[in-house]
Design a protein around this ligand. Structure first.
Ligand code: DAH
Length: 353
């Protein structure tokens, strides 16, 4: 066999390799030339029949052809691998010049902002912040607060009841106000300081606010079946209405960030306070200037309630108040429909972030 033939085998191997589009194609092409029964391999097998000298020159020529084919194979393997990597890089390309996608950070609900604000202000005046159950006993919601048995607040038109009876045989209610926290907190406070008192020390004053959810059978632009209240209680041996006035005036001015604010205590009635007052505020400037706005019920804690706390009304005196954080939020931000707070529309809520 001539060198021409060997050259032409090498040539056709190069063409076959160049024509291979995938690594699998390339391996098939390789088999035709240098595989077990490839053309070069067959030529090698034929060497055994030749004489020593011929074997030497012929062998060297075939080997040279084989090496040329192997080099072509390696070149094509590399080219296919490079092309594959290129394609992969292109497919997974990142355009680092694209603008980033902002992650919406979210924020607190406006009423939560108000609650936090209320807590911060009262905490700075030495008030504890307490939390209590939303499903209450009849005694805590009404009886302990000096409501007579036939008080209209107890009716099913006003208060939601749960289908489970308490130990007293009366159904549990969804608390219609945060006032039950007055007696609950007082009981906990007395227990907490029992050792001190037993040892002849004095019990510290009760100074607490209790913000939370409350429920009533009521629904319109200014009433929601679920709403918020914040109870306040300050009870001690020498706490008076004057202290309520100072504390509440201070609170309102801080809350609304305005010293240009007037307060009015308007006589009212609550079973659990005597005397009782509604607290109205009046802005002297701004969009709400002029009109009196009711923001809080209040009064001197009724002796019957002090007794239900387990304290002697001859010794302990103080005041309580209950305000509506929803309403405070509406006033602070100029929102005119309470229902907006509970619809969960992010277009509305986003504005308070
Ligand atoms: N609990 C009353 C209500 O829901 C609000 C209230 C009024 C609370 C006077 C008080 C208070 O603590 O002293 O309307």
């Amino acid at each position: 066999m001539s060198t021409d033939t060997l050259d032409s085998i090498v040539d056709s191997a190069r063409r076959a390799f160049a024509g291979a589009r995938t690594p699998a194609d390339l391996e098939n092409a390789k088999a035709q030339f240098i595989g077990k029964s490839g053309r070069i391999t067959e030529l090698m097998k034929g060497l055994g029949a030749l004489g020593v000298d011929e074997k030497k020159t012929r062998g060297a020529a075939i080997n040279a052809a084989k090496q040329a084919i192997e080099a072509a194979l390696a070149g094509r393997r590399q080219a296919l691998a490079d092309a594959e990597l290129d394609a992969q890089l292109k497919a997974e390309a990142l355009d680092v010049t694209l603008p980033g996608r902002l992650r919406d950070p979210g924020g607190l609900h406006p009423v939560s902002l108000t609650m936090e604000r209320i807590e911060r202000i009262f905490a700075s005046m030495g008030f504890d912040v307490a939390d209590g159950p939303e499903i209450e006993t009849d005694w805590h919601s009404f009886t302990s607060l000096n409501n007579p048995p036939n008080h209209p607040a107890r009716s099913m038109q006003d208060t939601f009841y749960v289908d489970i009876k308490g130990e007293d045989g009366i159904a549990y209610n969804l608390r219609p106000h945060t006032s039950p926290m007055q007696v609950r907190y007082a009981h906990a406070h007395i227990k907490k300081h029992a050792k001190t008192v037993q040892a002849g020390g004095t019990m510290p004053e009760i100074r607490v606010i209790a913000p939370g959810r409350t429920y009533r059978v009521d629904s319109d632009a200014t009433h929601s079946p679920m709403f918020h209240q914040c109870e306040g209680l300050w009870l001690g041996e020498n706490v008076s209405f004057k202290d309520l006035k100072v504390v509440f005036t201070d609170f309102c001015r801080t809350f609304f960030e305005s010293d240009d604010l007037a307060l009015r205590f308007r006589p009212s009635f609550f079973p659990f306070t005597e005397p009782s007052a509604e607290i109205d505020i009046q802005f002297q400037s701004g969009p709400l200037a002029g009109s009196w706005l009711e923001v809080c019920g209040s009064g001197q804690v009724h002796p019957a309630v002090v007794r239900n706390m387990g304290l002697d009304p001859e010794k302990y005196i103080g005041f309580a108040f209950g305000m509506g954080p929803d309403r405070l939020t509406m006033l602070r931000y100029g929102v005119n429909d309470l229902r907006l707070f509970f619809d969960g529309d992010v277009r509305f809520l986003r504005q308070f972030r």
